[in-house]
Design a protein around this ligand. Structure first.
Ligand SMILES: [Zn+2]
Length: 196
């Protein structure tokens, strides 16, 4: 996994959070989120009452656990706010589910939205009620792709939105066998285990 910009952490983080909620039937604590950042090679630079700051060379991540809500702000270490993202996880009583969403900190400048839709997990049977397409990023021969697993691909296919980019939300993905390219954001999308 590579993490050069907030987006490249937000998508795997949202996936991790969704899997955590399904497995543990609750929102993780700030301490548990530290495990995620450790696993993706981030350095821990600050800890205080559940709040944590992690960083790698390119990104600063601030974890702010609140009552019933977990907020993780992802900023470029350059200080630019235009590509900053917030990943939030909370329980929604009306929807009767747990929501995990990626929100651009700067909605005016950020083009499109991130991900096809938020992850919504039913609070009774803990099954996924939406079709988020989440994965991690890899770089290969100067090409950066979102790598998704077969499960994510099957959900995406079921949603009937295979022509919409799960990264920027633009239409017009170009598919070549199991590889898709988005002319809008320039990222590729690859299904794990499949060759290009
Ligand atoms: Zn795109």
């Amino acid at each position: 996994m590579i993490a050069y910009e907030p987006l490249m952490v937000a998508m795997p983080l949202a996936k991790w959070l969704g899997e955590f909620v399904v497995k543990e039937r609750r929102i993780p604590t700030g301490d548990e989120v530290r495990e995620f950042f450790k696993s993706v090679g981030f350095e821990e630079v600050f800890l205080d009452k559940g709040m944590a700051v992690h960083r790698n060379r390119f990104i600063l991540a601030i974890t702010l656990p609140k009552k019933n809500t977990l907020v993780i702000d992802l900023l470029s270490s350059s200080g630019e706010l235009s590509d900053a993202l917030e990943v939030i996880a909370y329980h929604d009583k009306q929807i009767e589910g747990y929501i995990i969403d990626i929100i651009p900190a700067n909605e005016l400048e950020f083009e499109g939205n991130v991900g096809l839709e938020p992850a919504i997990i039913d609070d009774k049977n803990f099954e996924l009620k939406s079709t988020p397409v989440l994965g991690y990023f890899e770089e290969e021969k100067e090409e950066i792709s979102l790598v998704i697993d077969e499960e994510a691909y099957n959900l995406w296919k079921k949603s009937g939105k295979l022509e919409i980019c799960p990264i920027c939300g633009a239409e017009g993905l170009v598919w070549k066998e199991s590889f898709a390219y988005c002319p809008s954001c320039g990222f590729g999308i690859r299904i794990r285990g499949e060759k290009k």
